[in-house]
Design a protein around this ligand. Structure first.
Ligand code: FES
Length: 109
C-alpha cells in the first residue's frame, strides 16, 4: 500500500508500506524528520503527525495514553496522532498525514 506524507516544506512524499508496518517506521524510512525517541513506548510524542481529515475517522481510536501524550505535543491539531501507535493494513492504502512544522530531527545536528 502507499502512504503519503506532506512535509513541513509543503512537499508530498509517497512511501510503500506493508501490512503490519508501523506508520512511524515508514515515515522514518521515507526520510521524514520524526525522532520517535521512545520507540513506541508513548513517552515522547516526537512521532506526532497530523492525519488528513478524511482519514482520521478511518483509523482506530487513540488510547487514553496516546491522548495524554498528544496533549504534550507541539502544534497538535484535531486530527493529531502518534505515528508509533498506528499499525498499517491494506485498508490504509492512500493514507495521508502531515508532518508538523515543529518537527525536526535532532540526530541531524
Ligand atoms: Fe515516542 Fe511515539 S515514538 S510516543
Amino acid at each position: 500500500m502507499r502512504i503519503r506524507f506532506e512535509t513541513n516544506k509543503g512537499e508530498t512524499v509517497e512511501a510503500e508500506a506493508r501490512e503490519g508496518d508501523i506508520l512511524l517506521d515508514v515515515a522514518q524510512a521515507a526520510g521524514m524528520p520524526l525522532e520517535g525517541t521512545c520507540e513506541g513506548q508513548m513517552a515522547c510524542s516526537t512521532c506526532h503527525v497530523i492525519v488528513a481529515d478524511e482519514w482520521f475517522g478511518r483509523l482506530p481510536d487513540a488510547s487514553e495514553e496516546e491522548e495524554d501524550m498528544l496533549d504534550l505535543a507541539a502544534a497538535v491539531a484535531r486530527t493529531s496522532r502518534l505515528s508509533c501507535q498506528i499499525v498499517l493494513g491494506p485498508e490504509h492504502d492512500g493514507l495521508t498525514v502531515r508532518i508538523p512544522a515543529e518537527s525536526h530531527d535532532m540526530r541531524r545536528f
